[in-house]
Write a protein that binds this ligand. Structure first.
Ligand SMILES: *[C@@H]1O[C@H](CO)[C@@H](O)[C@H](O)[C@H]1NC(C)=O
Length: 259
């Protein structure tokens, strides 16, 4: 009887902690998404950047971009030829110095990205935040070859390499881009990984499943284990901000999940 009660309690907790997903405001062919500071930006398969306002998506600037990101450093993106842009005065301004496949503005003012050499790099917070379209900047190499990188305001940065292995650096200094050494985190093979502003970590497996890293604390920044978040369709991209998990299905649908 006790065992049954305990089982029912566990079941109840599991269900009450489950994520509930619904279709997000519809946009055709979403490929990539990033949310930060309450804002949500996406890039479509056709290379168009959009921002969500209420129930509608609004085109963001007049350039074609394949990857966009929003966070404390502003709104950033890169295009098909790996040129990097920051959103300034209502449109995209190109930033020189490095060609990037992917960029992330979710850190504490610094911007990180993956160069075409596959090396990760970083732009110091004061440089990233004050860039307005003029002048040259220098990116700092983070001495790690990766294919996807993301930082939060808390608890460092996470990355996956081209072998789909997961790495964490427990600390990054926004004013210098100095990091602690990268540590390999065991887990499923992943294609991308995102850290939210508050340090939560979610990733997409090569199998299309969604995983959350649990047990991350100030003193254990690598966390404890991977928990699968069940989804009804295979997922290709995701982001998390302020209790909202946004997932892109491999067929380009966008779902919005809360729990
Ligand atoms: C970067 O990684 C990709 C695999 O994801 C590989 O095809 C490409 O050759 C690498 N580029 C360099 C410059 O190492």
């Amino acid at each position: 009887m006790k065992a049954v009660a305990a089982f029912l309690l566990v079941l109840y907790l599991a269900v009450s902690h489950a994520w509930k997903c619904k279709e997000a405001p519809r946009l055709y062919g979403v490929q990539q998404i990033d949310a930060g500071l309450g804002q949500v930006v996406v890039a479509t398969r056709h290379g168009r950047p959009y921002q969500l306002s209420g129930k509608y998506w609004y085109s963001l600037g007049t350039f074609s971009l394949t990857h966009v990101t929003v966070g404390p450093a502003g709104t950033w993106g890169c295009d098909r030829s790996n040129k990097v842009y920051k959103f300034v005065a209502g449109n995209w301004k190109q930033i020189n110095g490095e060609s990037l496949h992917q960029v992330d503005a979710g850190g504490d003012g610094q911007v990180v990205g993956v160069a075409t050499s596959n090396y990760s790099c970083c732009l110091k917070d004061h440089v990233a935040c004050s860039f307005y379209g003029k002048g040259s900047v220098s990116w700092i190499a983070l001495a790690k070859k990766v294919k996807y990188i993301s930082c939060g305001k808390k608890y460092g940065c996470w990355a996956v390499n081209t072998l789909n292995q997961i790495f964490v650096t427990k600390n990054i200094v926004p004013s210098t881009c100095a990091i602690e050494s990268w540590t390999n985190v065991r887990g499923p093979k992943m294609t991308m990984i995102e850290v939210s502003g508050d340090g939560k970590v979610f990733g997409v497996g090569t199998n299309g499943k969604v995983y959350q890293r649990t047990g991350i604390t100030k003193s254990n920044r690598a966390g404890k284990r991977w928990v699968t978040i069940p989804m009804c369709m295979p997922i290709s991209h995701l982001t998390y901000d302020l209790h909202h998990l946004w997932v892109v299905t491999t067929s380009g649908w966008l779902l919005q999940c809360t729990h």
